[in-house]
Ligand binder design. Structure first.
Ligand SMILES: *Cc1c(COP(=O)(O)O)cnc(C)c1O
Length: 488
């Protein structure tokens, strides 16, 4: 959104409300915003707004160039008041409303807010282009829109290959991918699965769906991922598996976790939903444990709208998961169901998006890393902010660039900073509330690191579409928020 339109611009866009259609057209032509402002001739009070569309419709329905402009039908004009915040003004935009006069106390136009796609800087948004459109179109034109079709197997192969895994199994979501993984490992009632508390709730829910119990373990403070020492302490006779999550794009420290799993004979499922393309000691995440899962929800690194993927090197597990994904149907006999299965399939349309997305994932990840490096360079000298780390053994894909705010040094709390940015049209997200504090899992245990991170962390706009000047806007807004505090 643009603000602070010049007095001159307002003047050339304005005509007397008693003017003709011709006057309005001339003002629209001069102003180059597709809109003329009608004002009361003496008081200059704002009367209404007329767009080139209003005029086109009027001329087509028989009005002449000399007809009084006030006579033509036009929708009620929306206006903002000068006292409103950027956030409130932004909320007034809609599809037809793209030019919004801002009125002073006298009812005169003193500024104009102009809609522009960059008005809100989003935390994440999909990168969709003509390739995606072409592949989806192919599904529609050929009729292969359901869960059979060449894009599904192609997408599975691409994902598996990218993780150095042999098998890929596409699913309807990241959550159903996790559920299938745990079912295939035979996890069920009376058993325990170790998960980080600081994660999206789906990691824990997938465990609960099987009847097993998620056991929440605290994070370690640098990578925010499962703390291997605490993992080992949480193991009981009932523990069957560990699910490390590679949070916000940074891999968990897999070697010690794999070693613990091995020593205790536990299975390991990687929840790589937030870290597609990240590597641990040069190896792609998702391919490090028994099974890896991904999500292609709209805000993830690549998207299929909704969707997920499982990768594994174990052919028995792969077969089990394929059967469970498809109603538990026997691969040898149609409509014959030896096990209780699910419909967790991905459609060919989703996979068409996925294939197109995989073709450009390297570009997306490079852009994410560029954004992160820009933020890190320009936010590095601000006292009280802790920026995301990249361990020496890791390639972080910075799914969401997430920082911690130390109120005592920064001057504002995390929530105050978020509010301040929101006022400037800059979207942020708080870190996930730890799962052990969620209503459905509530316990009185305390996991201090997860709680601390969750209370003080936020994700900044990390969309690959952001330009350097968008990033500058965020950086400047953060610095200004702090300066205001220091100045007062
Ligand atoms: C997004 C996400 C999921 C779930 O994926 P859906 O596709 O939304 O079901 C699971 N785990 C983590 C860590 C996620 O971020």
């Amino acid at each position: 959104m643009k603000w602070h339109v010049s007095k001159k611009q307002i003047e050339i866009m304005s005509i007397s409300s008693r003017g003709s259609i011709r006057d309005a057209m001339q003002a629209i032509d001069r102003g180059a915003l597709g809109t003329a402002l009608l004002e009361e001739i003496t008081t200059k009070e704002f009367i209404g707004l007329v767009t080139d569309g209003d005029i086109r419709r009027a001329l087509l329905s028989g009005y002449g160039l000399e007809s009084p402009v006030l006579d033509i039908p036009r929708p009620q004009s929306k206006t903002a008041h000068v006292s409103m915040s950027a956030e409130e003004i932004t909320a007034l935009f809609s599809d037809p409303v793209r030019v919004l006069p801002i009125l002073d106390d006298e009812g005169c136009v003193c500024d104009i807010a102009i809609f522009d796609k960059r008005v809100r800087l989003p935390v994440a948004e999909p990168q969709l282009g003509t390739k995606e459109l072409a592949y989806v179109m192919e599904c529609v034109l050929t009729g292969w829109v359901s869960s059979a079709g060449q894009f599904v197997s192609k997408f599975e192969e691409m994902l598996a290959k990218s993780c150095n895994s042999q098998y890929g199994i596409a699913t309807s979501s990241g959550t159903t991918a996790l559920h299938l993984a745990l079912l295939a490992l035979g996890i069920g009632p009376g058993e325990e699965v170790i998960v980080p508390s600081l994660t999206f709730i789906a990691t824990a829910n997938a465990v609960t769906y099987t009847g097993a119990k998620p056991i929440f373990v605290d994070s370690e403070p640098t990578t925010w991922n499962l703390d291997p020492i605490l993992v080992e302490k949480a193991i009981t006779a009932r523990t069957k598996a560990i699910i490390p999550v590679h949070l916000y794009g940074h891999p968990a420290d897999m070697e010690p976790i794999l070693e613990i799993a091995h020593r205790h004979n536990l299975r390991l499922v990687e929840d790589a939903a937030e870290a597609q393309g990240a590597t641990y000691k040069g190896l792609p995440v998702g391919g490090l444990g028994d099974i890896g899962t991904f999500s292609f929800f709209g805000n993830k690194t690549i998207t299929t709208g909704e969707g997920g993927m499982i990768v594994t090197n174990d052919s028995d597990l792969a077969n089990k998961m394929r059967i469970l994904r498809d109603h538990g149907m026997s691969p040898d006999k149609r409509y014959w169901h030896p096990v209780l299965g699910y419909n967790y399939r991905m459609t060919n349309i989703q996979a068409a998006l996925g294939v197109a997305q995989m073709e450009k994932i390297e570009t997306i990840i490079a852009a994410k890393r560029r954004i992160a490096s820009y933020y890190t360079t320009h936010l590095g000298d601000i006292p009280g902010l802790q920026l995301p780390r990249e361990a020496t053994w890791a390639k972080n894909v910075y799914w969401l660039y997430s920082i911690l705010v130390d109120e005592s040094k920064f001057g504002l709390s995390r929530d105050e900073l978020m509010d301040h940015l929101k006022q400037q049209g800059i979207d942020t997200r708080p870190l996930f509330p730890p799962v052990h504090t969620q209503p459905i899992y509530q316990s009185n245990r305390s996991l201090p690191v997860a709680e601390f991170l969750s209370e003080n962390g936020l994700s900044l706009p990390s969309s690959v579409n952001l330009t350097e000047s968008d990033l500058d806007r965020t950086i400047t807004a953060i610095k200004k928020a702090q300066k205001q505090i220091l100045d007062t």
